[in-house]
Write a protein that binds this ligand. Sequence first.
Ligand SMILES: C[C@](O)(CO)[C@H](O)COP(=O)(O)OP(=O)(O)OC[C@H]1O[C@@H](n2ccc(N)nc2=O)[C@H](O)[C@@H]1O
Ligand SMILES: Nc1ncnc2c1ncn2[C@@H]1O[C@H](COP(=O)(O)OP(=O)(O)OP(=O)(O)O)[C@@H](O)[C@H]1O
Length: 321
Amino acid sequence: MRSYSLIAPAKINLYLEILGDRADGYHELAMILQSIELADQVSVRAIGTQTIQVHCDHPQVPLDKTNLAYRAVELMSQQFPDCWAQFGGVEVTINKNIPVAAGLAGGSTNAAAVLVGLNMLWQLGLTQPELQELAAKLGSDVPFCLAGGTAIATGRGEELDPLPNLDSFYLVLAKHQNLAVSTAWAYQTYRSQFSHTYGRSEGVDKSIITETINLPTRVHSGSMVQAISNKNFAKIGQLLYNDLEQVVLPNYPQVLQLRQAFENNGALGTMMSGSGPTVFALCQSQEQAQALLQHAQSEIPDPNIGFWVTKFASHGIQIVS
Ligand SMILES: C[C@](O)(CO)[C@H](O)COP(=O)(O)OP(=O)(O)OC[C@H]1O[C@@H](n2ccc(N)nc2=O)[C@H](O)[C@@H]1O
Ligand SMILES: Nc1ncnc2c1ncn2[C@@H]1O[C@H](COP(=O)(O)OP(=O)(O)OP(=O)(O)O)[C@@H](O)[C@H]1O
């Protein structure tokens, strides 16, 4: 039976501003998203039985309908019932390298890989915009994971405008392995505490966050877009921004601690990714990233913290074979 193997990169948020509440319960966003080389490998294979089977080598990843890759197969089978009938069921195998429940869109990128894989397996010939439309049905981050690179994301995160590539940037990621932050909780808490500040470009009252950290002032994403267009790495580092830090940092001191460790040890910039709890630090070289990792590790010698050195990527889902 035919199978396809795909590379599914993680993402980080260089900029995340919450602009307002939406009637559908989601939030209107202005984000700048960036793919990174840290990636899962996903394979899709046609199987004889009319079933969906998901395998994953990471014990925390569910294998049932709650797996976003499973939901991607289900969506495709509903959209293309003739192919489902003709080609039979689908087996998805995920080799997990992206930390789970990390704010790095691990599940979203697996789902995006399944869409691309089934487009090949079922010889559908779907165009990129058609795949993007299906991706948006699965989750707000899935369309970006499909496209990849560097992009502005608006709406609830699904409307994308590409930006120039920044693939010479290195970064260090750090995550407490036993910590997970619910994305829904982070957005709801932000709404209940900060909705009165929507649209105020001068920023919000950050006094509830400990004064030991130097939080950036909210700037319009336009300044970041300009810094990216100019490939001004120092400026990009200074302009990193994430509104969700205002609810996650006060509630998760471990995330704040990682943020401080990076800030004190010479990163170009440091920020929490998405709804956390992963924190990243930007560096101009692999050597600088390794040195920063060592500094942070010696400052917080906790075996439960995972560290990764990786690089910006200029691509989304890639077909390997
Ligand atoms: C935090 C980010 O990862 C940043 O890129 C995304 O905004 C979240 O993307 P995602 O996990 O793909 O999000 P979804 O699966 O669509 O939604 C998860 C939950 O996040 C909240 N959510 C998400 C996106 C958005 N624009 N507004 C929201 O309020 C909703 O409560 C939703 O129930
Ligand atoms: N394919 C998948 N890979 C990892 N987790 C998955 C997957 N499908 C479903 N999940 C579930 O989703 C939860 C969130 O995992 P995921 O790694 O996607 O989080 P995330 O990186 O925070 O996502 P995002 O940044 O899109 O909010 C996990 O706790 C897990 O139970």
